[in-house]
Each structure stands twice: as C-alpha cells, then as structure tokens.
Design a protein. Structure first.
Length: 382
C-alpha cells in the first residue's frame, strides 16, 4: 500500500520540480525562497517576472519546466521511491525539518530520508574519523557510541569505512538510534560493503541524503555531507584522523556552526592521531571517556548519566589480576599499548597505569616505536 497521498505529493511537487531543474543550484533556489517565497510562487511567475530574478536561460527553463523530460523523469522516479514504506522527503518548510540544521549557513533544501524521520529531531552527537583506523580507534568509536546511545543520545556519522562504520555499529549494539548522512542518492549504498549496515540503520534509525535519487559518490559530495553531519549534531567527536582527513573538515564546520568539538588523543607516533592532537591544540575538548562529552553538553542537553560499558562491569577487582591480564596479553614479543587494550578489553587509561607500574617494577621495558616487552617472561596462570 502506498505511503504517499495525493495531497502530500501536491505539496512536494513544486519543491521537486525546481530541485530537479538543471542549472538552478542550491544558492539560486535559496535566493528564490528568500525573495519570492514558496516554490509555488516561483513557478507561477510569468516569463517576464522570471526574467527580473534570473538569467534569461534559467528563466526559460523554469517557465517550461512542466515540459522538461529531465524534470518529468525525475519526478516519476521520485514518486515511485516515495511510495515505499519508510521513504520520506522533508522540505525546508516542514515541521519535521530539524531547527539545528535550518540554522546553518547553507541548509539543504530537501532531505531524502529512509527510516524513521522523527530521529532527525532527537539530540545527536556525531562521531567521525579515519577510514583506516587502528584496532584501538575502532574499539573506542564502537564503545563510545554504545555508551552515548545508552544515555539517550543519537549517534550520527557518515556510513564511511573505519570510524564511521564502527560508530554506527556501536550504536546499534547498544540498542540505540543512529543516523547516517550519506553522499549519494538513497537508492545507492556507498561503500558497497556497508549495504547490510545501511539496511540495519534504516530499520533502527535513519539514512539521510540531500542528493537526488541516482546520485553516485563524487569527491565534492563528501564535504557537503559533512556540513549536514555537524549541523544535525550538538557536538562532533573525532576519533583518529590525520592532518588531511575529511573529519577535520567536519570539525571545522562544527566550530563555525557553534557546535562543540571533541577529539580523542592517541600515541604521538601514530599518524592517525595527529589530526586529533591538532584539534586539541586549537581548543577542542580532549575526550578519554563518554563522561567528558556529557560534561560539556549539560547546557544544551541537560543532565545526562553515562551507562558503564559491559567491559568495565567485568573488570578484575585486584591490581594483581589486572597485571596478569596485561602480561598475558603482551605475549612473548614486543607489543604496542593499543594491542594490549584490544586484547584485554581494559580501558586505555587502565592499561597505561598498569604498564607504568610494571615498568617501574622492572617487569617490562620500553623498546623503540612505542612498544614494550616483558623482561623475563614469568609463568602466569591463565
């Protein structure tokens, strides 16, 4: 059964007719809305009236848009897509359009959405980062997302490989809501290997795009997507990013939009953490746990209580038991702190403290490259 009524389509069609008109563009559409009013008023203008607000070639296109094959084909395809359950298009003048996004400098005119559009209005935190994270970075993104949704927040990201994907997975693991803002039309999935993840998100959260159906991924689309990620969110957390990462673009946009910027530090010899360290030097809030995020958001979001992760609930109670865990995780070869964190499930802070104690006790030694090894491997109980 179609989820699209004729009345709803009649309201959407003027927006879509201008949206799909070749050569119009976001800025010109925005100009029309500010100076003429609604799309219906723009389309009702005579050619003479259109010539007063648009170049001759564009004015003629608008006047004859009802006969444009490109426009009509796009309208037909879009109406068919909208007839499917959980498919939505949200116009800028809709009450379902999030006010936080409407307030940015260049808000999208339309939002294509797949899932529950009410999630757009929920309090959101964005988690972004490199497409090639370390095991520790993946662990942090997953864990923080899982804890944030446990606090009633929605986790927003960009469906990319690496940190984005782990953030979405963590939110789903925590039985919470996640929003994925994509750089293609919603009839496409990029990257392809995230198809099953995209389906899970649309079932338990929301997929969002400003791009028309059929749009393929292009380099210029990703910065545009990033402004929506930050615009929807109260804050943006960067987990592992190099200096040239697109995640830093998202952080810069968040700062310009008046959002909080958070960054997770890491080993100084890891290229994936240099972008985060740069953000921290520029004033981003250093994050080691979800509490650091919640503390900064008590103003806009009220008082939020973090939910401890499962791994923290199961930590050994005594220092000796933790030391055995860490030493067993280190094995017989030189081992990086990140590997110990991943193998033990202990927090990075806990592991760092234990390693320091072990080094002071002479049980382990530092070796070049940020690695450590056991000085005299004891026989440990497992």
């Amino acid at each position: 059964m179609s989820a699209l009524s004729d009345e709803h389509w009649d309201q959407l069609e003027p927006w879509l007719r201008l949206f799909h008109l070749p050569g119009l563009g976001l800025k010109r559409f925005q100009f029309f809305l500010e100076n003429i009013g609604s799309p219906e008023k723009v389309l009702s203008l005579s050619l003479k009236g259109l010539l007063e607000i648009a170049p001759k070639s564009l004015a003629k296109k608008i006047a004859s848009s009802g006969k444009s094959v490109v426009v009509q084909d796009s309208l037909t395809a879009t109406r068919k897509w909208l007839s499917e359950p959980s498919h939505h298009i949200i116009c800028r003048d809709s009450t379902r359009y999030p006010s936080s996004l409407a307030a940015i400098a260049d808000p999208p005119l339309l939002l294509f959405a797949k899932g529950n559009p009410e999630h757009l209005l929920s309090p959101q935190i964005a988690i972004v980062g490199t497409r090639s994270p370390t095991p520790q970075g993946k662990h942090h993104a997953f864990r923080l997302a899982e804890e944030l949704v446990g606090c009633g927040l929605t986790v927003t990201s960009g469906l990319a490989l690496g940190i984005d994907g782990e953030a979405h997975k963590g939110a789903l693991s925590g039985k919470g809501v996640t929003v994925a803002v994509v750089a293609t039309g919603l009839d496409r999935v990029y990257p392809e290997r995230h198809r099953s993840l995209a389906e899970a998100i649309s079932s338990n959260g929301l997929l969002v795009s400003e791009f028309p159906l059929g749009t393929q991924p292009r380099p210029g689309h990703f910065p545009r997507r990033n402004r929506i990620i930050s615009g929807l969110s109260h804050g943006v957390l960067v987990v592992e990013a190099d200096i040239k990462s697109g995640s830093l673009i998202t952080a810069r946009l968040a700062n310009e939009q008046g959002r909080e910027v958070f960054a997770m530090p890491g080993p100084v010899n890891n290229p994936c953490t240099r972008g985060c360290h740069s953000l921290i030097r520029e004033g981003a809030t250093l994050v080691e746990s979800v509490e650091h995020i919640l503390q900064e958001l008590t103003g806009p979001l009220g008082c939020w209580q973090p939910v401890p992760s499962k791994e923290h609930d199961e930590l050994p109670e005594t220092g000796s038991e933790c030391e055995k865990q860490v030493l067993n995780a280190m094995g017989f070869e030189a081992c990086h702190t990140d590997d110990v964190v991943l193998r033990t499930g202990l927090s990075s802070q806990k592991v760092a403290g234990i390693l320091l104690d072990l080094e002071l006790a002479g049980k382990i030694v530092s070796v070049p490259g940020g690695f450590m090894r056991i000085t005299n491997r004891p026989a440990l109980d497992t």
